[in-house]
Design a protein. Structure first.
Length: 267
């Protein structure tokens, strides 16, 4: 009987030790910072492909959702369908993209080549790496949230025209010349050549310009063509507006419109 009681006590003690050890391990596991979710906003840092590393332009990013992705190749925006295979891989099917002329076209081209098909996922505490079948990689870091610029009291610099799903950057001779600001129910600025002013009425997601008053300089070339396009757009009736971070999009019911960037303090 004594031996039986001795063995029972030893077994109980061993069970207690195991329970305490398991509890400690659970606490240790709980103290480890969780890896970031793949779904979210990512800044692209670099690409590795063909034995070389390409560093990303500042604008290159990816917004990964549960079934789609949007982003910027560095200059042109894109959309894609995404299918997640647990946490180990995802499959990307490219969708629409804009068609603006870009300075770093080489990076854009490579990024578009890599961000498609089945990509394996390697996650770290502050990095997400997507790897293609041939070992090329897209290295990304979590993108800090950026507040949308306000529609009013912001100087908007027109950088592209919109025609349906096509976005075309302004000609070089006209780039940066068309600017406008909406303040206290009025809009004013330059259409690319002449200065203008007009009433501006915001109603939910629409923006309507009243009759435009402008100076009367003769405007030729690309600047004149941009001015005529903007004059027609502003006078076409209510425009749908949308702001994503520092980009404003204005679109008329016929699909024509513009995109504009919020000016920085030095512009």
């Amino acid at each position: 009987m004594r031996r039986f009681r001795y063995v029972h006590a030893t077994a109980a003690l061993a069970a207690l030790v195991l329970a305490l050890t398991g509890c400690g391990r659970a606490e240790e596991a709980g103290s480890v910072a969780p890896l970031p979710d793949v779904v979210g906003s990512w800044s692209v840092e670099s690409l590795t492909t063909g034995g070389r590393t390409l560093h990303a332009p500042e604008a290159a990013d990816v917004e990964l959702g549960h079934d789609k992705a949007t982003g910027n190749y560095g200059c042109n925006g894109f959309t894609a369908e995404v299918v997640h295979d647990g946490t180990s891989s995802l499959t990307v099917t490219p969708g629409a993209t804009t068609a603006m002329a870009c300075e770093d076209q080489a990076f854009e081209t490579e990024f578009a080549k890599l961000f498609k098909g089945r990509l394996t996922i390697d996650r770290g505490p502050d990095r997400l790496t997507l790897k293609t079948a041939d070992g090329s990689t897209i290295a990304m870091t979590p993108k800090p949230p950026v507040a949308d610029a306000p529609l009013t009291a912001t100087e908007w610099i027109v950088d592209a025209t919109v025609n349906g799903d096509t976005v075309a950057s302004l000609p070089q001779d006209a780039a940066g010349k068309a600017r406008f600001t909406i303040t206290d129910g009025t809009a004013g600025g330059t259409l690319g050549c002449n200065r203008f002013s007009a009433r501006a009425t915001v109603d939910g997601s629409t923006l309507a310009f009243g009759p435009i008053t402008s100076t009367r300089m003769a405007c030729e070339g690309d600047a004149g063509a941009v001015e005529r396009a903007l004059t027609d757009l502003f006078g076409s009736g209510p425009l749908t507006w949308k702001i994503q971070e520092r980009t404003l999009t204005l679109v008329a019911p016929d699909g024509n419109g513009l995109t504009a960037k919020a000016a920085s303090a030095v512009e």
